[in-house]
Design a protein around this ligand. Structure first.
Ligand code: 6PG
Length: 241
């Protein structure tokens, strides 16, 4: 254990990282499909998960996508076809390649942020089962943000709403993000982190001797311990003892 998290899964390179993460995602999907007949998954944005989504897209027969509900952990406040759109990244890397379309619940980045957030709250209310999200995929920023819960941003303080519009000063732009209440109710959370650029934050967060909660990821209070999936580069500053 590191902190209250089980030891991270460390893959030798990004390709094998995507494979082990895909195996875990599919295992959780199989369990949910067998037990409940559906699987409710919130996807991460950014660039890291593109490789994981591409791997899933290359083996579409592995699960019945008609029983899968896809949500988004966060979105940039841009149209769905914008280069910065997380939806566009997911569409290009996964959705466009699936023979059977899943239920896709998109965060409407094109809308005024507050309206997009309240509409997504209604979507979550309508489509999420009582058990909540089965799995949330998250990346990790080098500042320790997850979804669009950035350091010193107002969304960190939200304790009621499941999704909010969040002004991110470092980008001088608005984001839409699931909040801690929404993330913490998920049955499983899987963090996917790749590359030497994340080695510093990984060491800060996973070898956090002080027990501080300096970074947004550390304020997560998941129902199950966080599952960390790293490649060797991201894990390269972890002390081996
Ligand atoms: C986003 C993501 C964000 C991402 C981290 C890591 O919209 O950008 O949801 O939380 O996971 O910023 O991004 P990379 O995977 O690109 O390093």
């Amino acid at each position: 254990m590191i902190g209250n998290n089980p030891l991270p899964t460390i893959a030798p390179d990004a390709a094998s990282l995507y494979q082990v993460a895909a195996n875990r995602l599919l295992e959780l999907a199989d369990h949910a499909l067998a037990e409940y007949g559906d699987f409710h998954l919130a996807l991460a944005g950014g660039s890291t998960p593109r490789g994981l989504y591409g791997l899933l897209a290359r083996h579409p027969e592995r699960i019945d996508w008609s029983k899968i509900h896809l949500y988004f952990g966060d979105e940039r406040c841009v149209p769905a076809d914008h280069a910065e759109s997380n939806y566009r990244m997911v569409r290009e890397s996964l959705l466009d390649h699936l023979p059977v379309r899943p239920h896709v619940h998109r965060l409407a980045g094109e809308l005024p942020p507050a309206r997009a957030a309240s509409e997504y709250s209604a979507i979550l209310e309508k489509h999420l089962p009582a058990r909540g999200l089965d799995l949330v995929l998250l990346g990790l920023g080098d500042d320790g943000h997850v979804a669009s819960l950035f350091p010193d941003s107002a969304a960190l303080l939200e304790q009621e709403k499941p999704v909010v519009a969040n002004y991110v000063a470092k980008f001088d732009s608005w984001r839409l993000t699931l909040t801690y209440p929404a993330l913490n109710q998920a049955r499983h959370i899987l963090l996917l982190v790749s590359g030497t650029g994340k080695a510093g934050i990984i060491r800060q967060v996973l070898q956090n001797e002080s027990g501080s909660q300096a970074y947004p990821v550390q304020a997560l209070q998941p129902r199950q311990p966080l599952e960390w999936f790293l490649d060797a580069e991201a894990a390269s500053l972890l002390a081996t003892r």
